[in-house]
Design a binder for this molecule. Structure first.
Ligand code: NAP
Length: 393
């Protein structure tokens, strides 16, 4: 009989198919088909390189098994299997020691804001992975508008029309865009992932369309393709993806949103959803939004028209006379943030640059201390309750 072993798996429900883990794995133990991203148990050596790069925590799944799940069975999954009863406790299998080592590595990898995510209790159930590499949806470009004044920082608002194709998205979900052509190995390019910036009932209410916020990156294959798209062009898209970074449907839930640059895409979707559904009531939303300058802050003009009682805005700039990051403003607004942290109805959303996590964590640590609380315990409790959500790249 096989001795039980620990197998590394990826949660197909939460994975957003960004393929970052696959690109990071130094021994090619991670692969994908049209449907799922999977780990080859024969190759994985638990080096953990893939853990910190995953934006959702879907990579952080482990099962003790007698026979490892094959690649074929993992490719067919829509959700992870439960831990099977293997009739032996972990101490007997010698896996406890491995667990301790892993826990230490995972704690290190996720010492920032990452870690396994949970969806808000009252969020609607998202549809995921409806269109994939082999069967993408074909969308038509309805509009492509510049969102920033600064010409050297070209951020675009792209509206994609799905026509008669069903494409149900919830705020906070992402879609993949497949750039045309092939890579140097002659394989079709992998989709690049973008958060949807429109609410579930469409960029325009009751139209079957979605909007994306895309920044042109120098030499960026997909971002240049998207930013140059002309009206009526056809685009191959995959998704929707993401089952945790979602808006609570509870109208009394309060949202503390912290974002940098294009990481504001899901915050726009949340704001529009609340604007359309709360019917003039206070939105309960507070946003800390960082950009280099006013002229590089996407939607600067339209944002100034959003009423403060719907969305309290703290816009900060890092390359103007006074350099300020989101975490600096959170610290300056310590009492406001503390009041939100104290409210069990508050949900936190962090989206944008990976580098912001550390500073934001530090700010939360100090603010929690001022309340006589330990940030790590508060954060972990919030995460378990589905009130703490992070997506950073
Ligand atoms: P950016 O303009 O390069 O940066 C936005 C702001 O963040 C700047 O003020 C920048 O300051 C600041 N920043 C840099 N390091 C920071 C740190 N350690 N702590 C706090 N603030 C920091 O942003 P971007 O080019 O739009 O990139 C945003 C990121 O969000 C991208 O990596 C993108 O992949 C990601 N994202 C996008 C989406 C989407 O759907 N569009 C979704 C999720 C995530 P300085 O540069 O002046 O230091």
């Amino acid at each position: 009989m096989n001795a039980p072993l620990k197998q590394h798996l990826i949660d197909p429900e939460i994975c957003i198919r960004c393929y970052t883990c696959e690109m990071t794995c130094p021994i090619n133990a991670i692969e994908h088909d049209d449907n799922n991203v999977v780990v080859n148990a024969d190759l994985c050596n638990f080096c953990m390189d893939c853990i910190p790069v995953c934006p959702t925590g879907s990579i952080d799944e482990w099962r003790v098994v007698k026979t490892p799940y094959s690649l074929e069975s993992q490719y067919g999954w829509e959700e992870l299997p439960e831990q099977e009863d293997i009739g032996q406790n972990e101490a007997e299998t010698g896996l406890e020691a491995l667990d301790d080592a892993m826990a230490a590595l995972l704690a290190e990898a996720h010492k920032g804001a990452g870690g396994k995510a949970t969806a808000p209790a009252s969020a609607a159930k998202p549809t995921i992975n409806m269109y994939n590499l082999g069967k993408p949806a074909i969308a038509k470009v309805q509009g492509n508008y510049r969102l920033t004044k600064d010409e050297s920082h070209d951020v675009r608002h792209i509206i994609l029309d799905l026509g008669a194709l069903p494409f149900p998205v919830l705020e906070g979900q992402s879609v993949g865009v497949i750039p045309p052509g092939e890579d140097t190995d002659g394989k079709p390019h992998l989709p690049r992932l973008y958060s949807v910036s429109s609410p579930r009932d469409g960029e325009r209410p009751n139209f079957n369309n979605v909007s994306l916020m895309v920044k042109r990156e120098e030499n960026g294959l997909c971002s240049n393709y998207i930013c140059d798209l002309e009206k009526d062009a056809e685009v191959k898209i995959t998704g929707p993806f993401g089952a945790t970074f979602l808006l609570p449907d509870d109208p009394d839930a309060r949202l503390l949103m912290i974002c940098t640059g294009t990481g504001s895409a899901p915050m726009r979707a949340f704001t529009m959803r609340r604007q359309r559904t709360l019917d003039g009531k206070s939105g309960g939303m507070v946003m800390f939004f960082g950009a280099r300058t006013q002229d590089t802050l996407p939607y600067f003009g339209p944002l100034s028209k959003v009423p403060q009682d719907l969305l309290e805005q703290h816009l900060v700039y890092s390359r103007e006379a006074e350099k300020e990051y989101v975490q600096d403003r959170m610290t300056a607004e310590q009492d406001r943030v503390a009041e939100l942290l104290n409210d069990p109805k508050t949900h936190i959303y962090i989206c944008g640059l990976r580098g912001m996590e550390e500073g934001v964590e530090k700010a939360f640590t100090n603010i929690a201390e001022s309340m006589g609380e330990q940030w790590v315990s508060l954060r972990d409790a919030m995460r378990e309750e589905g009130r703490y959500h992070v997506e950073t790249y």
